[in-house]
Design a protein around this ligand. Sequence first.
Ligand code: GDP
Ligand code: MG
Length: 161
Amino acid sequence: SRHVVRAGRFETERTYIMIKPDGVQRGHVGEIISRFEKKGMVLKALKTYQCPKAVAEEHYKDLSSKPFFGDLVNYICSGPVVAMIWEGPGVVKSARLLIGATNPLESAPGTIRGDLAVEVGRNVIHGSDSVESAEREIELWFGDKAGVVDWTPTITPWVRE
Ligand code: GDP
Ligand code: MG
């Protein structure tokens, strides 16, 4: 598939991960990044960003008919987010497992939302729900390619077979 990029000899995919304003304000940036690093995923881009309303609306356009859409857009634009691209084998699904269920009260302990959040409207982090969504979201948030680096960590053969 054209979504599969080759990092050296290792087949990988990319996902869009965003620490939402509550996660940033509460000081969970390091904690959240650490979980992805420890898992063995590779950071390919990272920026702080004050999201304009139009970008939040585009990001969540599939939810535009929901009653909470206005609150959601205001929440995402309420302070800086940390926008990231993470790469690794099956990273889209793996990241969703690390993140946990949308409603933090139903997220398993050990997941990011399960450990750090209690409200669906303050659930700390976003992760793309499919490879296609990831591609769309990476284009939306990193379309200018600024800060996006294609690299392979030297330890990769100790993480990947
Ligand atoms: P996600 O992929 O797990 O983030 O969940 P969705 O794509 O279904 O929803 C996107 C985001 O909208 C969620 O992460 C929540 O921040 C928010 N959201 C979803 N459902 C609700 C809801 O019922 N009420 C409120 N206030 N926010 C919601
Ligand atoms: Mg979603």
